[in-house]
Design a protein around this ligand. Structure first.
Ligand code: COA
Length: 419
């Protein structure tokens, strides 16, 4: 049916879950937004919105109330201005929020490939929470798009979809980030901690991509990550990532969503070495921890002397979300030989603020707790905080702070009785 006809299923007051990141179905979202004048109080639940998020723009709040499970560039302003909401949650938890009806779902908007001979469609670049949402809702509306790569692993049968809108259009792409000298210095320090045969989780952005530049000499790395991007394709083609030494899902790249360019989407299309699973599997610390030498690499905005990591807030402003950070930090800490790494520049705001701080800024949140933290890495080195006292942590963190701040940080630590 047409998108206009399919979206008539949405009623005022419904909760609508939209497919995640590059799996967002643009035609369905546009058709929903076009109904703004006739709808009231429709809650749109979304994680990373890679499209323009028109439902969160000024003037839309009567029709749509956006509830963001992760805050990104297109939704940040709406949240800081009080026109949209943020619900904090671990990424691994989201399928349970839907299937246990903590957040009951009325309608799911997703994107799939055309069906195979048995009627199964692939969820392509986004499995994560979409499958759980569609299995708990009243109405599943799918955009069927021939450009969506057919990834193996989780799939949905035509019988589970209520409305199909056939619309072929390019899948949303994420261009590789610019990697500067700062990111390279951090990436090199992170890469020193990665042993041959490790299984990796990498986040999005310039720092994780910079790490990849320094892995070319490593052997038999594996991928068990919530997502991966174009940089991993290059390492696979060079024979660095083989997945051969993975303790479970041996030989397979495992992820729950993908963000990259067409190069990545062509690499995963029909690739039997790539398995896409719901995020309740990929991000379950009990699953992650089964890998020996599991290494998680994520970033942060601020770290205090106790090792509390803020990856989400700048003061009172919600800048991001916890996403899968804690899922992987906890998974890596259960792994024999595992390491969780939080890698961040030593300063922010053009060098005027030290990200290593005596305490987190007022209003901000703890994402990774001091009980979970392991390695903190900046361009000045690595601090291993696991099993270390508060005194030892403060000392180790000051040693990797920007040199311009070390004296004042030391004075603050002494004043607090931490040194
Ligand atoms: N005080 C003041 N400003 C700060 C700050 C601080 N402590 N920390 C950062 N900023 C500013 C930066 O200067 C920058 O502004 P600018 O661009 O004007 O210079 C801005 O905030 C963004 O900081 P940056 O470090 O560049 O952010 P990023 O885009 O690299 O994202 C996270 C970093 C932490 C937000 C991101 O990694 C994230 O969302 N992490 C949580 C989720 C996660 O780990 N998921 C798992 C893997 S996907």
């Amino acid at each position: 049916m047409s998108a206009e006809t399919a979206l008539k299923q949405v009623k005022s007051g419904d909760r609508v879950v939209v497919g995640h990141a590059c799996g967002e179905p643009p035609t369905l979202v546009d058709a929903l937004v076009a109904r703004a004048p006739e709808l009231k109080g429709v809650e749109i639940v979304h994680m990373v919105a890679m499209g323009p998020a028109k439902y969160a723009q000024p003037g839309m709040e009567g029709s749509f109330r956006h509830n963001s499970l992760f805050v990104g560039a297109t939704t940040r302003k709406a949240i800081s201005e009080g026109r949209a909401l943020h619900t904090p949650c671990f990424f691994s938890e989201i399928p349970r929020l839907f299937s246990w009806r903590i957040l009951p779902v009325d309608v799911t908007l997703m994107q799939v490939t055309p069906p195979d001979a048995e009627g199964f469609c692939s969820l392509g670049v986004s499995v994560d929470y979409t499958l759980a949402s569609s299995r708990s809702d009243h109405v599943t509306i799918a955009q069927m798009n021939k450009f969506m790569p057919r990834t193996l692993g989780a799939k949905i049968h035509l019988n589970e979809i209520d409305c199909i809108v056939e619309k072929d259009e390019p899948i949303i792409e994420l261009k590789p980030p610019t990697i500067g000298d700062l990111e390279k210095a951090i990436g090199e320090n992170v890469a020193k901690l990665i042993e041959d045969g490790s299984t990796l989780q990498l986040g999005i952005g310039a720092i994780p991509d910079a790490v990849l530049l320094f892995l070319k000499e490593k052997k038999d790395l594996g991928i068990h990550s919530e997502m991966f991007s174009d940089g991993i394709v290059a390492l696979a083609e060079e024979g660095v990532v083989t997945n051969k030494k993975k303790t479970i899902n041996t030989g397979k790249f495992v992820a729950t969503f993908l963000m990259g360019t067409r190069r990545l989407y062509d690499f995963v299309d029909g690739n039997p070495d790539v398995e896409m699973h719901p995020v309740s599997y990929t991000n379950d610390p009990a699953v992650i921890g089964q890998h020996e030498k599991m290494v998680s690499i994520n970033s942060a905005l601020q770290v205090d002397f106790m090792g509390q990591v803020n990856a989400e807030m700048i003061g009172h402003n919600q800048f991001s979300g916890v996403g899968g950070q804690v899922d992987f930090v906890r998974g890596a800490s259960r792994s024999k030989g595992g390491k969780s790494i939080i890698a961040l520049p030593a300063t922010a705001a053009k060098g005027t603020v030290s990200r290593i701080a005596c305490e987190l800024d007022r209003g901000s949140a703890v994402s990774t707790s001091r009980n979970d933290v392991h390695f903190i890495v900046t361009e000045y080195g690595a601090a291993n905080l696991r099993g270390k006292s508060i005194h030892e942590r403060a000392k180790a963190l000051i040693a990797i702070a920007h040199p311009n701040f070390r004296e004042s940080l030391t004075a603050q630590a002494r004043a607090q009785g931490m040194l």
